[in-house]
Write a protein that binds this ligand. Sequence first.
Ligand code: ZN
Length: 113
Amino acid sequence: MNKDRFRKLLLQQRQEILEVLESGKSAAGTVKLDQTSVGRLSRMDALQSQAMLQEATRRREQSLRGINESLRKIESGDYGFCEQCGEEIAEKRLQFNPAVLYCIDCSSKLEQG
Ligand SMILES: [Zn+2]
């Protein structure tokens, strides 16, 4: 497995997310400021888009945690192993999402609850 390649991908993804999170913060600030000056209907729109923004931010922060954890594992040599069962994660799966922490079996089990 080419860990340098995955590290590069992860750093790239982290950079992208951090940039989006930064721009999201300023957008959320704008919504807040506008609330005093806009009518009721557009304020509801603003609140709705703020809620959507918060949800998107929450998801990005979640993937950021996965990325940071994966980067940490690359350094410690644990990268590519499932956090649940310790089995090797298929390289194809890592190529699709380098920040994935579980193998396909555990991931589907965890999703089912
Ligand atoms: Zn597993």
